[in-house]
Design a protein around this ligand. Sequence first.
Ligand code: NAD
Ligand code: IPM
Ligand code: MN
Length: 357
Amino acid sequence: MSKKVLVLPGDGIGPEITEQAVKVLKRLSDEGAIDIEMEEALVGGAAYDAEGSPLPESTMQLAREADAILLGAVGGPQYDDLPRDKRPEKGLLGLRSGLGLFANLRPAMLYPQLAHASSLKPEVVSGLDILIVRELTGGIYFGQPRGIRTLENGEREGFNTYVYSESEIKRIAHVAFQAAQKRNKKVTSIDKSNVLEVTELWKEVVTEVAKDYPDVTLEHMLVDNAAMQLVRWPKQFDVMLTGNMFGDILSDEASMLTGSIGMLPSASLNEENKGMYEPSHGSAPDIAGQDIANPLATILSAAMMLRYSLGAEDQAARIEQAVSKVLDQGLRTADIWTEGTQKVSCSAMGDAVVAAL
Ligand code: NAD
Ligand code: IPM
Ligand code: MN
């Protein structure tokens, strides 16, 4: 029976980059290599403009019914002054929490062809292969209470709550250790236990979970040091286990090790391995509508979708090989362009990946 894929292009470069990933999926499905039905819906600012909500109930319903979701990106400066509930980002956070997508996998893998596109020296990044396992439905993003309140002296105060329960920490830790077992068997758990109680508990619970995985080495690292180590000697890492906000920040940092934020895909999974797949970057309003964005993070996210939610490992690998082939051909979008390579548009990059399949 065919699997249902919901496509949510979103805002900014979202529609341009998802179009390229959809081309790739459509080619595989036209060939009969995968059996999927794709449907499109609105999310983020696009949904707010059309329906007054960044996550209309109709979109949420389709998301619940889908076997997997492919999302572009949401957000834009024109929405930044809306009440928080109406903002595009709320649509994305609503999908994550509504579908229980607690495990965000962000692989930072350097394609050897891009060693010179990174802002770090080639010898520092060559062979880089890190997996960031980021908790996605808890932490300071969702903790209560939160808000902006007026104090007795008339001054205002903003506040958020950084909270994790033992069960939330346990389930994301298991994801990280199981991933490490299939990789280089090392987990680096990121915390700020020297200051924050919530991450003191994080460290304690992760240490306890590690006992179930004697074949995996566990290391703890303070987040400030981790940010430094990522650019000092990133190859020391295998799996990095983080809370929601630390993972958000460290994954953007890690993306530059792979050449560009336009190269970093992601998968967000729930307990049933239902997933939403999206590039790690945002809607890039500064380059939207110009057909110059890098669609590879989105195309690689579609590959992760085939691997994790649609049981098509062989076709996922085929997409990844096609991306590698296109890089071998010297084709580069502007963000990964280096001397001696050929600059191509977003849509030309998508076409090239389809041709290379
Ligand atoms: P951003 O990731 O959109 O852009 C940061 C920089 O990276 C920009 O210079 C942009 O041009 C560049 N960039 C990003 N993706 C690129 C790509 N595929 N190809 C080439 N260059 C690329 O981050 P930002 O500017 O801080 O945020 C813009 C908006 O996106 C905000 O509204 C933010 O909330 C939203 N956002 C959404 C998501 C998401 O939907 N998952 C993620 C991050 C940010
Ligand atoms: C990401 C984004 C989101 C996040 C925003 C847009 C809510 O930055 O997916 O990395 O912070 O999780
Ligand atoms: Mn982010």
